[in-house]
Design a protein around this ligand. Sequence first.
Ligand code: SF4
Ligand code: F3S
Length: 107
Amino acid sequence: MTFIVLEDCIKCKYTDCVEVCPVDCFHEGPNFLVIDPDECIDCTLCEPECPIEAIVSEDDVPDDQQEFIALNAELSREWPVITEQKDALPDADDWAGKQGKLKDLKR
Ligand code: SF4
Ligand code: F3S
């Protein structure tokens, strides 16, 4: 079992989540974070930290976002680990809650 970062994080990246992870499994890309499924210990600590509820348990991934399970695994192998909170993206508040952001994902 792992937790998954969903589409809501794209173009927001608030990074509150990284501070609480005991095993440093968040990886950072230009405008999105992912969780390494091989490192996640299913502790649940990160889920309530995200201000826009972009993190869910693998079992709770919505049907229309199932591709994010594989995407978290794939990108966590490519992107560096992030362990400290940083400023959210400049227009994060404008993009919070918007749908259809997968096309804007930068790798
Ligand atoms: Fe890290 Fe725990 Fe969240 Fe997994 S559930 S990503 S171990 S904080
Ligand atoms: Fe993304 Fe939420 Fe973390 S927006 S960076 S999952 S706090």
